[in-house]
Each structure stands twice: as structure tokens, then as C-alpha cells.
Design a protein around this ligand. Structure first.
Ligand code: DP6
Length: 320
């Protein structure tokens, strides 16, 4: 039975806004780092049964997840396909509240293609994974990854590819913060932002500039420039979401304390920069030999539940 493993990724230049929700096309490109220590493992087995059976971390999938996964399997093998039994586990979702759609759809794309006998190129796999979740396009690849948007004969397409020539190694310290209320998911949050935020066009223009500058800074191992871009890009994404009507605020009090602490650490000489996805957790990017010190400092911040660390991970792959 085919089984695949994929890691989540953390975006240094964020994806926030779609140009086509039906095809799940992003409105702008993005850039990320794949994270080795977190993973999703997913197996897909074809079964002669009337409906798909889907278990996630040992529990039957909710109706919402079920609809999303069945639609995805239809993309792989068509609506009249043989049904499947899917089992998916993560080593982080249950305990951390971290978003898992990137590793989930990257692992599912690889396992489902193997189960249904579809042989895709990495680019095609990335496009497929993107149809499940935009950030999953990036988890097909390892280390630093960039999403590209291109015009093809069939129209606009978006896929990820690895970034070559980076000379800096970054590790991540992921500070988990307890949320006081249920978060607005990224799909819903970015659509609401696109529809109502007066800053959205400016956000999309900023992304193009930040992408070009990030690639140069990665090649030159220029941490000072990287930290300015990474923090500025994350704050601009949140400013865009906050300016929506009604505004979306993902931050908790501890989120702000973590931002302040990471800036203090940088002022004291450590190379650390923060980024924040669609939730209250804060991820510090740091040099490999400094990440433990950064993680220890973040663990002391009031409201932090746990700090995980990770180095760069590989792309999605079959493991069974
Ligand atoms: C804030 O990939 O979860 O993490 O395509 O609707 O599934 P969908 O969105 P998703 O959005 C990720 C948003 C983000 C930024 C990022 O990872 O680039």
C-alpha cells in the first residue's frame, strides 16, 4: 500500500490571496522553507467499497475535511474512480494547533498518485498539491522553495520549484501560543481580505518586491536584509487582514510579546527574525548554531505553551 511523507513549510514571503478560488490559483508567488522535524504520513489503498474511508490521526474525518479530500481524489483519478481508504497521521497537529494542510495535501498527492497509478512530474505534483491547498505546492520540494505563476497554453498555472544557490542555512524555532478563540482558517481569511481590505493591492505589489530581494539575500547569506524582509512581509500580511471589514486579528497577547523578545534577541547580537502565519504562533528563523538559544529564550515568554525546533526538510516522498 503506497505511503507518503511530507513536511510542512514556513513561508518567508507569504501567500495571502487567490486569483481563482476554483482552481486555487494564488494571486502572487511566495517563498518558503520546508521543516524537517514536523511531518504528515499518509497511506492510500484502493478498496472496492461504495464510499471513501478517511482517518486522520486515528479519527474519522469531519464532513468538511471529507468533502475536501474526496474532491482532491477526484482530481487525481476522476469522479468514477475506485474508492480509497486513506490513513493520515502527523507528529504535530494534535498537540500544537499548527496548520497542517501543506504537509497533508503534499503527502496525499504523492500517495494518491501512487495508489491510482498516475506518474506525474514534480511540477505536475506541485500543481496537484496546490489544488488541495496553496501552501502544499511548496511542500513537494525541500529546503528553500518558491512558487511561480506562469501563463501556459491552458491559461495561468502556479507551481513550486526549489531555489538554487542559497548560501545560508536557516533553522526554525516555533513558539506555540494557546488561542483564546477559534481562528478563521486561511482559505476563508484570505478571501475575506481580498474582498474587503483596502490594502490588498498594495500587499500584492509588496510581495513581488520582497520575493526578488529575498532570493538575493539568500544567495548572499545576508541575514540583516532577510530579517527586514521576513518580518516586514509577515506584518504587512497581517496589516492587510486587519484592515479587512470586519478586521481579522490572529494575534494573541503572547504573539506581541514574542515579537518584542525576538527583536531584543537580535539587538543583543543573535541572528533571529520572526514570521507569523494565520494564527497566533510565532516562528523565529535563526542560524543553526543559535536556534537552541533562541528557542530557550522564547520558551520563557508568558503565554508560550511549547517551542519546537526544526532544520530544513526534504520534499514529499514515498516511504512505503
Ligand atoms: C498564512 O495554503 O492554507 O500560511 O490554499 O486556501 O488552502 P489554501 O490556503 P493555505 O494558506 C497559507 C497561508 C499562510 C501563508 C503561507 O503559507 O504562504
Amino acid at each position: 500500500m503506497p505511503e507518503a511523507l511530507a513536511h510542512p513549510n514556513i513561508a518567508l514571503v507569504k501567500y495571502w490571496g487567490k486569483s481563482d478560488p476554483e482552481k486555487n490559483l494564488p494571486a502572487a508567488e511566495s517563498l518558503s522553507l520546508t521543516l524537517a522535524s514536523l511531518f504528515t504520513r499518509t497511506s492510500v489503498e484502493l478498496r472496492d467499497q461504495p464510499t471513501d474511508s478517511l482517518s486522520i490521526d486515528g479519527r474519522e474525518a469531519t464532513e468538511k475535511v471529507r468533502a475536501r479530500v474526496c474532491r482532491f481524489l477526484d482530481l487525481v483519478a476522476g469522479p468514477s474512480r475506485t474508492r480509497a481508504a486513506m490513513h493520515s497521521t502527523t507528529n504535530f497537529r494534535m498537540s500544537s494547533g499548527l496548520a497542517s494542510s501543506a504537509s497533508a495535501f503534499a503527502a496525499l498527492a504523492v500517495a494518491a498518485c501512487a495508489a491510482y497509478g498516475k506518474s506525474l512530474s514534480l511540477r505536475e505534483l506541485s500543481i496537484l498539491a496546490r489544488r488541495g491547498s496553496g501552501s502544499a505546492a511548496r511542500s513537494i520540494f525541500g529546503e528553500f522553495v518558491r512558487v511561480r505563476i506562469e501563463q501556459t497554453d491552458q491559461g495561468t498555472e502556479a507551481f513550486a520549484e526549489p531555489i538554487t544557490g542559497a548560501t545560508i542555512e536557516l533553522h526554525a524555532a516555533i513558539a506555540l501560543v494557546g488561542a483564546s478563540e477559534k481562528e478563521i482558517g486561511s482559505t476563508e481569511g484570505m478571501e475575506h481580505t481580498r474582498a474587503t481590505s483596502p490594502y490588498h493591492e498594495a500587499w500584492l505589489r509588496l510581495v513581488a518586491r520582497d520575493l526578488a530581494r529575498t532570493e538575493v539575500a539568500l544567495r548572499q547569506a545576508d541575514f540583516a536584509t532577510l530579517s527586514e524582509i521576513i518580518e516586514g512581509n509577515a506584518l504587512a500580511m497581517h496589516a492587510d487582514a486587519m484592515a479587512a471589514r470586519p478586521g481579522i486579528i490572529y494575534f494573541e497577547p503572547a504573539t506581541l510579546l514574542l515579537i518584542r523578545r525576538i527583536r531584543e534577541l537580535r539587538a543583543s547580537g543573535l541572528d533571529a527574525a520572526f514570521t507569523i502565519d494565520a494564527g497566533p504562533n510565532v516562528v523565529a528563523l535563526a542560524r543553526p548554531d543559535q536556534v537552541a538559544s533562541v528557542a530557550n529564550a522564547l520558551a520563557e515568554v508568558p503565554g508560550v505553551v511549547r517551542v519546537l525546533t526544526s532544520g530544513p526538510g526534504k520534499g514529499a516522498r514515498l516511504v512505503g
